[in-house]
Design a binder for this molecule. Structure first.
Ligand SMILES: CC(C)(COP(=O)(O)OP(=O)(O)OC[C@H]1O[C@@H](n2cnc3c(N)ncnc32)[C@H](O)[C@@H]1OP(=O)(O)O)[C@@H](O)C(=O)NCCC(=O)NCCS
Length: 176
């Protein structure tokens, strides 16, 4: 049994541990991290999965970015406790974030990752060179998901950092 709730400040050390287990110290050199430097994740879309005795089992965050003129989100990091992978926690966290994101002003979500996995929640590969990251990325791993009708059709341009002025919303929970 696990639940999804909003991330809280006190979750930070446990999330850092999970992300470190999932991606290792080399993650800071990745292009996606350039887009997170000096920018906060949108707290309204930062969720954790919690198990028994309040154990933190997974985390997902979304970062505001601009793609051309469009306000979008960069998904990640998404990390799940190694011993509890394959139980739907990663997909559950993403689906929750995607649904909540649809109610906000964002046009689309992009990420750099494994298409077979992210296709399970609706991501598709973007046409090469349409969306350009500020550093090297494998074009086969550049994926997108529209939050508004036809948002992916016109999505094009450089991915750049975006600041938003978002309030921290109240905690919500749901059964996973
Ligand atoms: C990737 C990760 C978040 C998946 O979390 P999870 O809770 O185990 O995933 P879920 O249980 O929701 O989904 C499991 C399904 O996805 C599949 N899957 C998991 N990782 C996959 C991958 N990289 N590529 C393709 N399929 C993958 C599993 O085979 C399983 O498929 P099935 O349901 O058909 O059996 C987790 O393995 C993790 O934290 N990895 C380290 C960090 C990482 O790699 N993050 C993503 C970067 S691309």
């Amino acid at each position: 049994m696990w639940t999804i709730r909003h991330e809280q400040q006190t979750d930070a050390p446990a999330i850092e541990r999970l992300v470190d287990l999932g991606f290792g110290p080399g993650r800071f050199a990745k292009t996606a991290y350039r887009l997170r430097e000096g920018v906060a994740a949108d707290q309204r879309l930062s969720f954790v999965a919690e198990g028994e005795k309040r154990a933190l089992l997974g985390s997902v965050r979304f970062w505001p970015v601009r793609i051309g003129q469009s306000l979008c989100l960069l998904l990640g990091p998404l990390a799940v406790e190694p011993k509890l992978r394959g139980r739907g926690i990663g997909i559950g966290l993403m689906q929750h974030g995607i649904e909540e994101g649809k109610a906000l002003a964002y046009e689309a979500i992009v990420l750099v990752g494994d298409e077979p996995y992210y296709a399970k929640v609706g991501f598709t590969r973007l046409p090469p060179e349409r969306v350009r990251f500020p550093g090297p990325v494998d074009p086969n791993r550049v994926l997108g998901l529209g939050l508004k009708p036809n948002a992916l059709v016109s999505l094009a341009g450089e991915v750049t950092r975006a600041q938003i002025d978002a309030p921290v919303s109240a905690q919500t929970t749901r059964l996973g």
